[in-house]
Design a protein around this ligand. Structure first.
Ligand code: CO
Length: 494
């Protein structure tokens, strides 16, 4: 078999397993939306059967041999990148003993259940032993995968190819300083966010979200918007993406900005290069790039004054409770900035502090510089050092996020990097297309989306994530544009 034939065979296997993955995505979507309560029975088996099949294909000797043969061939850039991703995936899967994968999966299921109880009772002690076991397994995983400078790098790389803790800390350290400086500037500002706690009937919120998404260009012939407890976006197939949001009748932003956020993810998914569907390069570049898209639509567009100059009148039509609210007033309210305990409810400015906290602790845990025994106290101390006060209890502290208890360490930094990338996109777009705010005022969302499609979406993962950031925004990833962006906004607000 020639190298070319080996490559073609790999592409065929890749497309085939992509359909199994698509079926799995549909199963997950169903599970989190409309599955009847008893439907969970046999679900675990269904999922592990499909997963097991995909895993066995991609760790087979046949695939290993095909990759070796294809690597001898002269290939173009796209083909080389496909091969790169296949090799990476193959190596990772080979390095991790299947025993460890099974132990992780079982432990995660158990830990999440106990975490729910611990959170209800606001008591970290209940889940602490299991989290200890989890950290042990994650350390084993890092050792099995291997790493350059520190064990934590191995886990970061799982979520964001090529990312290192040293690189992250080099950005987070000055970012922390700048956020604290800006927090001082807004400390005494009145944002009037009480108006967002009025009554907003769920059916009206659903209608308003559908209206806004249509305006922006979310194609309901290729996508859905449903209701869940934990909002998410998923791609089933190139012409079938799904998003969800959650609704609180006494708090508008959850449903509204949740929908805009997930729509950003969905627009990325809808515009990935269709000709590469089923091949690695047809996938999104990385989690941080994905988050940059959601944050861009949620914050840069959705929390801009220009956006509400256009849509405030509509908002007043949908919601009686906003009848007496002006554009500026609404703009201030949705941009309220103040330190708070819960990450998912945090504003644009303080959000990154929540990530910095988690990054430092999980890095220390995985690298063996901290033990689970001490992590709750470390959480509370670090939180106070960043935000200026202690969390009132564990449920508003170390127990608030599912990530660690489900075995995800190394994931959090991608959220903050996404925020930083979205700000770099904002300035680059302004340079290349004139004022974005002008485009929003004229409802030219197609132009904005066109830019994102051209510079980011259509490239799939043909480039490494940080390379793509540099190509799209004209500079390396850094904290400076985010600070400039948020400072601009703060100046508007005070
Ligand atoms: Co997101």
């Amino acid at each position: 078999m020639s190298g070319k034939e080996a490559y073609e065979k790999l592409a065929e296997i890749s497309r085939k397993t992509a359909y199994f993955s698509a079926a799995l995505s549909l199963v997950f979507w169903d599970q989190r939306t409309y599955m009847p309560p008893e439907g969970y029975r046999y679900r675990g088996e269904l999922i592990s059967t499909i997963r097991g099949y995909i895993h066995s294909v991609w760790t087979s000797d046949e695939v290993g041999e095909l990759i070796r043969r294809a690597e001898d061939e002269e290939l173009d850039h796209v083909e080389r990148m496909n091969l790169y991703w296949w090799r990476r995936n193959y190596e990772k899967n080979k390095k991790i003993p299947s025993r460890l994968v099974m132990d992780m999966s079982r432990l995660a299921t158990r830990t999440v259940e106990v975490w729910k109880k611990a959170r209800r009772e606001k008591n970290f002690e209940i889940v602490k032993p299991l989290l200890g076991e989890m950290v042990e397994l994650l350390r084993k995983r890092a050792d099995a995968l291997g790493y350059g400078e520190e064990p934590y790098d191995a886990l970061l790389d799982d979520y964001e190819p090529g990312l290192t803790a040293r690189f992250v800390e080099k950005i987070f350290e000055p970012l922390e300083r700048e956020i604290k400086r800006l927090l001082d500037r807004v400390r005494d500002v009145e944002f009037g966010e009480e108006i967002l706690h009025r009554h907003f009937p769920e059916d009206k919120q659903i209608q308003f979200n559908h209206y806004l998404l249509r305006e922006i260009g979310y194609d309901f012939n290729r996508g859905r918007l449903d209701k869940t407890v934990h909002p998410f976006a998923t791609r089933i197939l190139p012409h079938d993406v799904r998003i969800t949001t959650r609704y609180h009748e006494d708090y508008l932003p959850s449903g509204l900005f949740g929908a805009l956020h997930e729509m950003g993810h969905a627009l990325y998914n809808m515009n990935l290069p269709e000709e590469y569907f089923g091949l690695p390069v047809g996938n999104p570049a990385s989690l941080s790039l994905h988050e940059s898209q959601s944050r861009f639509w949620e914050n840069v567009v959705g929390r801009s004054l220009a956006f509400w100059k256009v849509y405030m009148e509509d908002a007043r039509k949908y919601f009686d409770s906003l009848r007496d609210v002006g554009v500026e007033q609404f703009y201030r309210a949705v941009n309220a900035m103040k330190p708070s305990t819960i990450r998912v409810e945090a504003d644009e400015l303080t959000y990154n502090l929540h990530i910095i906290l988690r990054f430092r602790l999980e890095r220390a845990l995985i690298n063996g510089q901290m033990e689970v025994e001490d992590v709750r106290d470390a959480w509370n101390e670090t939180f106070r050092q960043l935000f200026g006060f202690y969390p009132p209890d564990d449920s508003e502290g170390i127990l608030q996020d599912i990530h660690w208890y489900s075995g995800s360490m190394g994931y959090f930094p991608t959220y903050a990097l996404g925020n930083l990338i979205s700000a770099q996109i904002y300035f680059r777009m302004n340079e290349e297309m004139g004022s974005i705010h002008e485009l929003i005022l004229n409802r030219r969302f197609g132009d904005i989306l066109g830019w994102l499609r051209e510079k980011i979406h259509r490239h799939g993962s043909i480039y490494m994530p940080m390379e793509l950031v540099k190509m799209a925004t004209g500079k390396e990833l850094g904290y400076e544009d985010f600070v400039r962006y948020i400072e601009e906004k703060i100046s508007n607000l005070i």
